[in-house]
Design a protein around this ligand. Structure first.
Ligand code: C5P
Length: 227
């Protein structure tokens, strides 16, 4: 079952406290971006990788692609001001795909088994998003005051990848773009467009490298996997 993956990689290092794109920060001596791309390079189901990048980083990214022999990366497109804009630009460049996965380049620990489960579910049903069950007790709070405790059994923390039949996601993304709607994930755009979206249970390891503590966690995950 083949798919194309779209990776937004056009962020900055703001929350990481880095002076440059956090995806160039290293885990075990290898840039986060290379870790993530290798997962897809090594997945036999992955046909093509489309990257949304900051134009001024093009040369560095091309160098990284050559160094790590990431031959499946076929297109580097210019990202936008918001993640959703970067994804939309990359999706347009992925035309011709039947199943498309959107995955944050900042999540290097995604497992191949999760990717395959997502592709199978999206093929059968429209859309599927990686998620984990909420671990903590969750409460709705307004102005510091608890309003209610939400039944945890129904709550999931959502990650990427998010997999869709390409035409369905394009329809949802186009609609959001025309209406100037900004969502926090592709699932949200699909839900608004009436596309069925299912969850696939993922791993708690599939963390997004966002703040400096995440790098410590990331090194720990790599150490455990090498044992
Ligand atoms: O900032 P955050 O980690 O939440 O971003 C998630 C992913 O989206 C990252 O891989 C980042 O590079 C990417 N991104 C992007 N374009 C933006 C903002 C973020 O491609 N304008």
């Amino acid at each position: 079952m083949n798919y194309t993956v779209v990776l937004p990689a056009a962020g900055s290092g703001k929350r990481m406290g880095a002076a440059y794109n956090k995806l160039f920060l290293k885990l075990n001596g290898k840039p986060i971006l290379a870790h993530t791309l290798e997962v897809f390079q090594l997945d036999p189901w992955c046909e093509e990788i489309v990257l949304a990048i900051n134009e001024q980083e093009r040369q560095d990214i091309e160098k990284l692609i050559t160094q790590y022999q990431l031959t499946k990366v076929t297109k580097l497109v210019q990202g936008g001001d918001e993640r959703q804009h970067s994804v939309y630009a990359a999706l347009q460049a992925a035309s011709g795909a039947e199943i498309v996965l959107v995955h944050d380049a900042a999540r290097p620990f995604i497992l191949q088994e999760t990717i395959h489960a997502l592709v199978e579910k999206a093929t059968a049903s429209g859309g599927a998003i990686a998620a984990v069950k909420a671990k903590d007790t969750m409460k709705r709070v307004v102005d510091g005051q608890v309003q209610e405790t939400i039944d945890r059994e129904t709550l999931w923390s959502v990650q990427t990848p998010q997999a869709f039949q390409y035409e369905l996601l394009m329809k949802a993304a186009r609609q959001a773009d025309e209406q100037g709607f900004l969502g926090t994930d592709e699932g949200m755009l699909a839900e608004r467009a009436g596309i069925p979206v299912y969850v696939v249970e993922s791993s708690y390891d599939n963390q997004k490298m966002t703040t400096p503590e995440d790098l410590v966690l990331g090194e720990g995950i790599l150490r455990r996997r090498e044992e």
